[in-house]
Design a protein around this ligand. Structure first.
Ligand code: ASP
Length: 361
């Protein structure tokens, strides 16, 4: 084994970027109460030293700390920083692949963001970017972080026949496309990919591989990474029994750029919202309907006809639809600033997201 975080970026290497999370967490009483801990305490270089002995001989690892946060505090400028670091690193011909240690609470947002801004680029270069994290803090007995980190480095560095480059995530011995990440359990060790199409990293399921290729072929070109301060303001509103309209109206008056509706069932919402939603659309605010159910597809004009201009989120969960909408609005803004004769609308970028996912009907 010959891995060191100080190896040169000019020779073949894996880059490990640290964002924080439980994988870097510490519990004051790990034996008694491993679930009472603080996320984002341990440097990524130190996490690597714990698996040093298990890394393949001669594999150069370089690590860089971008942040060390509880990912519930993930910010848009931090996503910009992460996206730029990933894009720049991918451009280095000596880079084999990238692993990102990240908190699981918002890893689905980071996954969608990286897929939408760097996914096609990684695929074209045949390089893998792998998100990982942990459900137990680093000092818990049976901590899952070291194995997840090791598996992610394997997935990022092993030449696996016919498995394309792209943005992936590894947890509990399984891999999924990063866009499929969805934390659907508060504490299960596989929580971030519990319900996602996935395969064992040690034995790739051919039908999963076929799905990856089909999804990648259907995904649109990479969108620009917004400048740190250029992210449009988009809010999520969850429809529920007894919904009221005041907060939507306040958001419109406060200058929100987009609304994601986390609707009931197939993305429907309480009819008391209809007037303010139409008012938002008339004011040029982008509106997308998603579902709060946690699975399935939201289709246009189902179950009822959409207001003109309102889009359906397809397979995207409300937090993913929010990131996608921010990126789409930003892309449309950038094109109009560049003076295109017919600038695209945010809907033009958002529409392809509603493609049919064969595994998720
Ligand atoms: N609160 C943690 C975080 O997202 C949870 C985790 O990483 O599992 O940073």
């Amino acid at each position: 084994m010959n891995s060191s975080p100080v190896n040169s970026e000019l020779s073949p290497h894996i880059l490990v970027l640290g964002m924080g999370g439980t994988i870097a967490g510490l519990a004051p009483s790990p034996e008694l109460n491993p679930l009472a801990y603080e996320a984002g305490q341990v440097e990524v270089g130190e996490l690597l030293t714990k698996i040093e002995q298990m890394l393949p001989d001669g594999l150069n690892i370089i690590s860089r700390q971008i942040a060390n946060i509880n990912s519930s505090n993930l910010s848009e400028p931090l996503l910009t920083e992460l996206g730029q670091q990933v894009k720049n690193a991918l451009a280095n011909s000596a880079l084999i692949g990238i692993v990102i240690t990240h908190g699981t609470d918002t890893i689905e947002e980071a996954g969608l963001f990286l897929q939408a801004t760097c996914g096609k680029y990684a695929e074209k270069l045949g390089k893998r970017v792998v998100l990982t994290g942990a459900m137990l803090p680093s000092n818990a007995i049976g901590a899952d972080g070291p194995k997840n980190l090791l598996n992610s480095i394997q997935w990022a560095s092993t030449a696996i026949d016919n498995c394309p480059g792209g943005i992936f995530a590894v947890f509990a011995g399984k891999v999924c496309m990063a866009r499929d990440l969805a934390k659907r359990h508060s504490s299960n060790i596989s929580a971030p990919l519990l319900d996602s199409p996935s395969t064992a990293i040690s034995l790739i399921n051919p039908s999963w591989l076929a799905l990856v290729k089909a999804v990648q072929a259907a995904l649109p070109d990479d969108l620009p990474i917004p400048d740190a301060e250029a992210w449009p303001w988009v809010e999520i509103f969850t429809s529920h029994a007894g919904a009221r309209t005041e907060l939507i109206r306040q958001s419109i008056n406060a200058g929100v750029s987009g609304l994601v509706i986390a609707g009931t069932g197939q993305g429907g919402f309480n009819s008391v919202w209809q007037e303010s939603v139409d008012q938002a659309i008339a004011a040029g605010i982008a509106v997308v309907r998603a579902t709060r159910t946690g699975a399935g597809i939201v289709r246009p004009n189902i179950p009822e006809k959409d207001s003109e201009g309102c889009m359906a989120a397809g397979t995207l969960s409300p937090p993913k639809a929010r990131i996608a909408l921010q990126l789409a609005i930003n892309a449309a803004n950038e094109s109009s600033v560049r003076g295109a004769s017919l600038p695209p609308r945010w809907q033009d970028f958002f529409e392809p997201q509603t493609y049919q996912d064969p595994t998720n009907t």
